[in-house]
Design a protein around this ligand. Structure first.
Ligand SMILES: Cc1cc2nc3c(=O)[nH]c(=O)nc-3n(C[C@H](O)[C@H](O)[C@H](O)COP(=O)(O)O)c2cc1C
Length: 305
């Protein structure tokens, strides 16, 4: 999933549908955790991965909320700060805590990336947890991530306005005016038949009222791009990231994007939205269609009708 969408999609979820998390997925989450930044790369953490049946061991002594029983798995994260305190004294403990926080964040973000939800639990009883999981001295349980499946994604929780929690030191407007953040690419009204786009970053670009008949797009980041009122017939796309891209206006009622005979090879359409597109004889090869919707249907539903 495109990163900004991922961080917006993640939110604490406390209602799950009871689907168990497979060992493969648990390993994917643990792999993400292991890639977190950590002090001296000592990796001063230890993870206990509990499958769904074993979550029961946590309720009610370790954590009193029985909603976690419907999660698919739980990850108890401990600090193991021996090496860090040897080197940095008391400060080493704080480093280890930060390591585990970074690892937790990775677990929750990776879960969201895979279409799962979760919640970070801090308000649990660490001593009961130690007993239940037989955690040895030298390891401190600091947090639990419960991960589950749900259709009931809660709304995003508001954050304070950035200016109330940020102190900007220095003059960032100078960087803005020096043009380090270019405006997203836009192509409006015209005939660009057969145009070639190659090795470009066109993130968040806009294409409106243009003919790109037979155009070729190769090795391009087009995530978040908008295509409205476009002729893309016979166009070809290879190695293109179209995650979160929108084809067709939100309020379109008639065909506004013609894509007949267009060819897409190794294109990511993750979370992309197609509306009012003509898709006859479109060829898709090795494309990621995760979360793609076409006229409100999943790609699978659309192509099987
Ligand atoms: C250190 C920490 C401890 C937390 N402990 C709990 C907890 O014990 N129970 C719970 O339901 N949520 C807990 N949360 C989740 C927060 O309530 C949640 O992240 C916060 O309300 C913001 O909502 P969001 O994650 O949906 O953006 C904890 C989060 C953090 C970072």
């Amino acid at each position: 999933m495109e990163f900004t969408r991922l961080i917006e999609q993640r939110r604490s979820t406390r209602v799950f549908d009871g689907t168990p998390l497979s060992g493969d997925l648990a390993n994917e989450l643990l792999y993400a955790a292991s890639k977190a930044p950590n002090a001296c790369n000592f990796q001063s953490w230890h993870f206990y991965a509990l499958d769904q049946a074993n979550i029961r061991k946590l309720v009610p002594d370790v954590y009193r909320g029985d909603w976690i029983l419907r999660a698919g798995a739980a990850f108890v994260i401990c600090t193991e700060d021996g090496k860090l305190t040897e080197r940095f004294g008391e400060r080493g403990k704080m480093f280890a805590l930060q390591d585990t926080a970074a690892a937790m964040t990775m677990i929750l973000l990776k879960a969201a990336d895979l279409g799962w939800s979760g919640c970070w639990l801090g308000a649990f009883d660490p001593e009961s947890c130690r007993k239940v999981l037989d955690i040895p001295e030298g390891r401190e349980p600091v947090a639990i991530a419960v991960i589950g499946r749900t259709e009931n994604i809660p709304p995003q929780r508001e954050r304070k306005p950035l200016e109330t929690v940020c102190t900007m030191v220095g003059d960032f407007t100078a960087a803005e005016s020096s043009g380090t953040e270019p405006e997203p690419f836009a192509l409006r009204t015209g005939n660009y038949r057969g145009a070639v786009f190659f090795d470009l970053n066109l993130m968040d670009a806009a294409f409106d009222d243009v003919s790109l008949h037979g155009a070729r797009f190769n090795n391009i980041n087009m995530s978040g791009t908008r295509f409205t009122d476009i002729n893309l017939q016979n166009a070809s796309y290879a190695g293109v990231n179209m995650a979160g891209t929108r084809f067709g206006a939100r309020d379109a009622e008639d065909i506004c994007v013609s894509m007949e005979k267009a060819e897409f090879t190794q294109v990511s359409f993750a979370e992309a939205v197609l509306r009012c597109c003509k898709l006859q004889n479109v060829k898709l090869e090795g494309c990621d269609l995760t979360g793609l919707t076409i006229d409100g249907m999943s790609a699978k539903e659309y192509f099987s009708k």
